[in-house]
Design a protein. Structure first.
Length: 222
């Protein structure tokens, strides 16, 4: 066993010992006796008790929402129409891909200014160990307390992320929009060798994304 594994084992055992001590104290405080404890732990229903404790622990773990660092805070509704977004993107020198052009015409633009906190997570960071379907990625993110982005986040983020590092490709986690051929497309915000793009890619529920695929989600404000 490596030093790292030994350290982890010692840490877990220490935490487990603390849990047992606290459990015994709470059990005794509530009137539990040694005989009651023996019945719970080694009696005929001990397996049921252990399973109940395990199920409760898993529910508590799933409810615990990890802290996500905010990647960007953007404002929707700065531009009042798709035409205004398109003109702003062109003026700023951003390239618009064919798929992005297609679905840009179909987004709903907020008519009032709304601020959104965005977080960025890869498929691997969401907890997957292999390539995952788009619908599974969204379901996992929702379980962690994240939300899909309004489609407007695509052009809005592209306009505010002028310092995007070269080589980075971000995909907007959103309800996909149909293109002119009937395909489902999601926006991408990318910086490649040919410049900075508002791009588009496959948004079908059964489309698989690799572990390094980076998605942008909304972090709800409390």
């Amino acid at each position: 066993m490596s030093k790292k594994n030994v350290s982890g084992f010692v840490s877990v055992m220490g935490a487990l010992q603390g849990f047992i001590t606290n459990f015994l104290a709470a059990f005794t405080k509530r009137g539990g006796t040694d005989e009651d404890l023996h019945q719970l732990l080694v009696g005929s229903k001990s397996e049921d008790f252990i399973n109940q404790i395990s199920d409760l622990a898993m529910k508590m773990v799933k409810k615990a929402k990890p802290a996500f660092p905010i990647f960007k805070t953007i404002t929707l509704g700065v531009y009042e129409s798709v035409k205004a977004y398109r003109e702003a993107l062109t003026k700023a020198g951003f390239r618009i891909g064919d798929w992005a052009t297609d679905i840009l015409n179909k987004i709903q633009v907020s008519q009032s200014q709304v601020q959104l906190d965005l977080v960025m997570r890869s498929v691997a960071e969401l907890g997957f160990e292999e390539a995952a379907r788009y619908d599974a990625i969204y379901a996992k993110a929702k379980e962690l307390g994240l939300q899909l982005c309004p489609a407007e986040v695509g052009p809005a983020l592209r306009l505010t992320y002028s310092d995007q590092p070269c080589g980075e490709w971000l995909w907007i986690a959103m309800d996909p929009l149909p293109d002119s051929d009937g395909g489902l497309v999601v926006f991408g915000v990318a910086h490649g060798r040919e410049g900075r793009w508002l791009a588009g890619d496959d948004g079908f529920p059964d489309y698989f994304w690799g572990l390094d695929g980076q998605f942008v989600f909304v972090l709800p404000r409390k």
